[in-house]
Design a protein around this ligand. Structure first.
Ligand code: HEC
Length: 118
């Protein structure tokens, strides 16, 4: 493969991984994040686009997260705060009904990458 083809392939790959609305500079692996969202059972309380299950409204549907200026009623919405919230919502709001689910840093980053792109 010549150099131009390599560059083209790289652009194509970047394009595929990024076929979404995530803000520039979003870290993490959204595809892995989608799996993590299912594994940690977030769907028990939230509807999440692309993660299947019955309709639940304990927490708000986690769709169009990138468009929300504020998350959980208190935090400015950015990836770092999303990760903080996912990992330890009780530290931010001790009265929230969302439990601490023991989400690892990497899983939270990947989940936020997914949520910010759907
Ligand atoms: C037991 C139910 C429950 C589970 C399980 C749960 N959440 Fe939540 N979540 C909530 C509730 C309730 C809120 C609303 C909190 C608030 O505004 O104080 C919330 C809020 C959020 C928010 C902020 C949403 C917004 O609109 O501002 C995000 C993001 C979020 N949860 C992500 C997750 C992720 C990711 C998981 C899985 C790791 C998860 N939640 C698991 C109940 C849950």
């Amino acid at each position: 493969m010549n150099r131009l083809a390599l560059v083209f392939a790289a652009l194509l790959l970047a394009g595929c991984g990024n076929a979404n609305r995530a803000p520039a500079g979003t870290q993490g692996d959204a595809a892995r994040g989608r799996i993590a969202l299912a594994q940690y059972g977030c769907r028990a309380c939230h509807m999440i686009p692309g993660v299947t299950g019955s309709k639940v409204y304990v927490g708000r549907p986690l769709e169009e997260m990138a468009r929300r200026p504020i998350i959980a009623g208190t935090l400015p919405n950015n990836q770092a705060n999303l990760v903080r919230w996912i990992r330890n919502p009780q530290a931010i709001d001790p009265r929230t009904a969302m439990p601490v689910l023991g989400v690892s840093e990497r899983d939270a980053v990947d989940m936020s990458a997914y949520l910010l792109s759907h």
